[in-house]
Each structure stands twice: as C-alpha cells, then as structure tokens.
Design a protein around this ligand. Structure first.
Ligand code: C2E
Ligand code: MG
Ligand code: MG
Length: 367
C-alpha cells in the first residue's frame, strides 16, 4: 500500500499512516467465510515513511519488511514503524490520547481565567483557558493537548466541558453586582464550530446554566475561513441573534482575507501576541499592529491586544488607539478563586465594589 498526500511534517504524516494501518488491521480482522468455515487472520504491518531522502524502491521495501518483522515479534496483529524514534513518538501520542480520554472522564480538565482590561485598566472580563491537571505530570498547557484533542475528536467533549464551566461561571457572576458586567471569552476550534448541532449546543448550555448570552464571547481562529464560509456566517448569525459575541483570535497569523473579514459578523479581533512581543523593537511588527488597529477601526471592530507584558508595549498600543488588553502585565490565567481575589471581586453583602479593579501601569513606568 502506498499513501500519498500525507502531512508535510513527520509526526503528523506518521500519525496519518498509523490511522490507515489501524483501518487495514480492523478490516483484515473480520472473519472470512471460506468453504463453510470461519477463518481469522492476524496481519502484521510494517510502515516506513519516505520523501526527505532519496531511497531506492528496494531499500524502502526492505525497511517496511524489517518493520513488519518487528510487528510479528511484538505478537502479530499489529503495526510497527521502521524508525525507532518514530515508533516512540507514535506510542507517546497514543498514550497521551488514552490519557486525555480518561482525564476528561475524571474531570481533570479545568478552566483558568485571564483578565481582559479596558483603556483605563478596568477589568471588563476574562478569557477562559483550558488546563489539564494530570495526576502524574502536573498541570499541562493547552499547547500540549489541544492539537491532539483536535486531531482525535476529543476536542468536542473537551470544548463542551470548557463552555459549560464558563457559562456556569457567568451565571455565578451575574448574582454579584461587582461581577455582573464581566464577559467571558471561550475558545472554539474549527472542528467544534463545524460539528452538527453546534449552535443548538451553545444555546442549550447557556440555558442550562442560566447564563446571559450577551456576556459570552466565542473566540474563533482564521482557520475557519478556510472552510465553508457561508455556513460559518450562517452559524455565527444564529448565535449572534441570541446575543452571543464573536472575536477573531490570533489575528494576523492565519489566512485572513479582508473581504471575508468584512462579511463575518464579528465584534472583536485579538492581535496575536507574536506581534505585541516585539512591537517596540521590530518596525515590521509595529507596522502590523498599527495596520490592524486602523483596519479594526474602519470595520468598527473592538480590538484586544494579547500578550501585553510591559508598560512600554501598553504605551505603544494605547498611543495607536488600542482599547482592550490582555497579558501578564494585568494577570496570568489563574483559577477562579484566585481571579476573584486578585481583582478584589468578592465583597461581603453590602460592600461597595471598587471602581477601578486593576491598577494600570502608565507608559514608561516600571511593570
Ligand atoms: P489563545 O486563545 O490565543 O490564548 C492566549 C494564550 O496566551 C494563553 O496561552 C495565555 O496563557 C497566553 N498569554 C496570555 N498573556 C500572555 C503574556 O503576557 N505573555 C505570554 N507569553 N503569553 C501570554 P495558553 O493558556 O497556553 O493557551 C494556548 C492556546 O490554546 C490558546 O491561545 C487557545 O488557542 C488554545 N486553547 C486554550 N484553551 C482552549 C479551549 O478551551 N478550547 C480550544 N479550542 N482552544 C483552547
Ligand atoms: Mg483565545
Ligand atoms: Mg490568541
């Protein structure tokens, strides 16, 4: 069997090849009815990847053959890769997948909250960010499990867990005058957004939790623009009609087409932290940030700059008209109790909430 059009990078290509091998095994494991009897086979599959180096056909077949003998040695009815490192990577990935599946079932997926502040440094809301509290490995960052969750489909239950947690939090905040105005932003993967019944699921979750749709913002990435754009607009509009807001996350890093940007019913764009990081030292990044701010203004979109770490970055952003900020300068993502404490949001009955909840660093001041 030769597979083509695999992903350009090795780990992804290996994962795809593995999926095909699993399918072949599953089909070949069906019993055969031969001459009135049931027969079973236990195939061994050897896999080798090629592309980077030039190898002869013979060499490739030899490698696949070697890998096949490893599969036999491992007890047959399985598959092996030629490269031992690759095999290790494939194993690690499937362990992680099994782990994540269990972790979800055991409630190990938590939500941390990172503050979003306005022009004056006043807290306006938070972004809900998934964390995995692994019993052995400790806290795992989403960068290490969201891509896997997306590839395996686990993003659907995971995303729903995060959405449900965020909506319950909104409902709890609505009870307190100090927090009732806060909005929550929830990240939604393309796969999640495109699943059948996504709109009904979001509205159902809001209703179950008795949360106000107007306080919920869904963060989409530019990868959605690659798919069926009419369907995307349709789904967004159905949710918008109920009050749900939309932000385009990591803006500037993807496949933005300005004509699409204009057509999507967005409320906000988030400037990716990679542009904010070097905004003071890299003239290209500075130009990109200024352009995004001007563009957003002309399209009447709110802007939140992500990854604001220093007063200098804040000063630049404010100077060029940015009105919303998120980053370590204002707070890292933390559990909700810490979030409420850090921002002085918990008040005994009758207490007066402070007007300004986060001191804002002035440009030029020390962060
Ligand atoms: P994102 O949505 O762009 O979230 C912002 C990321 O920037 C977060 O990383 C946050 O911790 C980090 N960050 C915030 N301020 C600063 C700063 O000042 N400096 C630096 N260096 N980093 C900062 P995190 O929490 O690791 O999340 C990474 C990405 O994983 C998120 O990027 C988002 O795309 C994805 N993600 C997180 N939770 C979920 C989820 O529930 N569902 C989906 N689909 N994706 C999620
Ligand atoms: Mg986000
Ligand atoms: Mg982002």
């Amino acid at each position: 069997v030769m597979l083509d059009s695999l992903a350009p990078d090795l780990p992804d290509a290996a994962a795809q090849a593995e999926t095909v091998a699993e399918k072949l095994l599953a089909s070949l494991n069906q019993p055969f009815a031969l001459d009135g009897g049931q027969h079973y086979s236990t195939p061994s599959i050897g896999i080798t990847l090629f592309g980077e180096q030039r190898l002869t056909v013979d060499e490739l077949l030899k490698r696949a053959d070697l890998a096949m003998y490893q599969a036999k040695a491992a007890g047959r009815n399985t598959q092996r890769f030629f490269d031992p490192d690759m095999q290790a990577a494939v194993n690690a990935r499937s362990n992680l997948e099994a782990d994540l599946r269990q972790g979800l079932a055991r409630g190990e997926i938590l939500v941390h909250y990172q503050p979003v502040v306005d022009h004056d440094g006043k807290l306006v809301g938070a972004e809900a960010l998934a964390r995995w509290r692994h019993p052995q490995r400790g806290m795992i960052s989403p960068a290490d499990f969201i891509p896997l969750a997306e590839q395996t489909g686990l993003i659907l239950p995971l995303g729903q867990t995060v959405l449900h947690t965020a909506c319950s939090q909104l409902a709890a905040w609505a009870q307190n005058p100090a927090t009732a105005h806060l909005t929550l932003s929830v990240n939604v993967s393309a796969r999640q957004f495109r699943q059948a019944g996504f709109v009904a699921q979001v509205l159902g979750t809001l209703k179950d939790c008795q949360a106000d749709p107007r306080q919920l913002k869904l963060e989409l990435t530019e990868s959605l623009l690659l798919g069926d754009i009419e369907d995307t607009i349709e789904r967004m509009e159905q949710l918008k009609k109920e009050g749900v807001g939309f932000a385009l996350d990591d803006f500037g890093t993807g496949y933005s087409s300005l004509s699409y940007l204009k057509r999507l019913p967005l409320d906000q764009v988030k400037i990716d932290q990679s542009f904010v990081r070097d905004v003071l030292s890299d003239p290209n990044d500075a130009a990109i940030v200024r352009t995004i701010l001007a563009l957003a203004k002309s399209l009447d979109l709110e802007v939140v700059a992500e990854g604001v770490e220093t007063a200098g970055q804040l000063g630049f952003l404010r100077l060029h008209g940015c009105e919303g900020f998120q980053g370590y300068l204002f707070g890292k993502p933390v559990p909700v109790e810490m979030f409420e404490r850090d921002h002085d949001l918990i008040h005994p009955a009758g207490g007066v909430p402070p007007v300004q909840t986060t001191p804002i660093a002035q440009p030029g001041a020390r962060a």
